[in-house]
Design a protein around this ligand. Structure first.
Ligand code: PGA
Length: 240
C-alpha cells in the first residue's frame, strides 16, 4: 500500500481559496501520486463536488470529513452516501475527535457511518484515541472493522504543535491491531514538514490538519515525505 498523506481542511477555506490552493499545488509539479505516496484531500463538504474533477485530474484522491449515519431519505442537513454517489469520493474520515466533542457523536454513530460508507465502497478512516479505541472497536462488527483504516489521533496532539512520541504511536498501533486486525494505520496530530518523515517510519500514512492549510507548507510536507526513509524503506520492501 502507498503511504497516505491526508489533508483535512476542516471547516476552512472559501471555494476560491480552495481552487487557488489546488492551482499552486498543480504548478509545483510534484509528480504525485507515485508508487510510494498517495495524497488525499478532504475539503469542506460544500466544496466536494466543485473540486472533484480537479482532484481527479491531479491523480489525487478525494475524501469527505464526515457523512450521515443514515441512508438517503428525510434527514434534513445530512449528507448521505447517495448524495456522494457520483462525486468520486473514495474515503470518509469518521469519528474525528472534533465531531465527538462538538457534535456529541458516539461510537455507535460512528459505527453506523462506517456501515454506510462500506456499503458503497467508500473506505472509512476511523479516528480513535486512547479514550475511544475500545468503545469504537466494540461498536463495530468484526467484518466491518477489518475493512477500515485506523487513524490514531491523540487529543493532546491535535492542533497543539506537539506531535505524539513514536513509542506511543507504536504501542497504540499494536493495541489497535489486536482489536481491528492488520488494517492500515495512520497517525494525525501536529504532523508538519519537520516530523512527517519520522511518522512515516512507523505508520502507513499521516492525517494533516493545520499544516495542510497553506499550500506552500503542504508542498514542503509532501516533498519531505517523498524523500523520507520510511518511504524509501517501504519501496525496497514492496518493489523488490
Ligand atoms: P492538526 O490536526 O494537524 O492541526 O493537529 C490533525 C487532525 O485533526 O486530524
Amino acid at each position: 500500500m502507498q503511504k497516505l498523506v491526508i489533508a483535512n481542511w476542516k471547516a476552512n477555506k472559501s471555494l476560491a481559496q480552495a481552487e487557488d490552493w489546488l492551482a499552486t499545488v498543480k504548478n509545483a509539479d510534484l509528480n504525485l501520486p507515485n508508487e510510494a505516496v498517495m495524497p488525499i484531500l478532504a475539503p469542506a463538504m460544500p466544496q466536494v463536488g466543485a473540486l472533484s474533477s480537479t482532484i481527479n485530474d491531479l491523480g489525487w484522491r478525494l475524501a469527505v470529513q464526515d457523512l450521515s449515519p443514515f441512508p438517503a431519505g428525510s434527514y434534513t442537513g445530512a449528507t448521505s452516501v447517495a448524495n456522494l454517489h457520483d462525486l468520486g469520493v473514495q474515503y470518509a474520515i469518521v469519528g474525528h475527535s472534533e465531531r465527538r466533542q462538538y457534535f456529541s457523536e458516539t461510537a455507535q454513530d460512528v459505527a453506523r457511518k462506517v456501515e454506510q460508507a462500506l456499503e458503497v465502497g467508500i473506505i472509512p478512516i476511523v479516528c480513535v484515541s486512547e479514550e475511544t479505541l475500545n468503545a469504537q472497536a466494540s461498536a463495530l462488527d468484526e467484518s466491518l472493522a477489518k475493512r477500515c483504516i485506523v487513524a490514531y489521533e491523540p487529543l493532546s496532539a491535535i492542533g497543539t504543535g506537539h506531535d505524539a512520541p513514536m513509542s506511543d504511536i507504536k504501542a497504540f498501533r499494536s493495541q489497535a491491531e489486536r482489536l481491528f486486525g492488520q488494517v492500515p494505520f495512520v497517525y494525525g496530530g501536529s504532523v508538519d514538514p519537520s516530523n512527517v518523515a519520522e511518522h512515516l517510519l512507523v505508520t502507513d500514512g499521516v492525517l494533516v490538519g493545520t499544516a495542510s492549510l497553506e499550500s506552500s507548507e503542504f508542498i514542503h510536507l509532501l516533498k519531505t515525505a517523498l524523500g523520507s526513509p520510511g518511504v524509501a524503506a517501504w519501496k525496497i520492501q514492496t518493489l523488490f
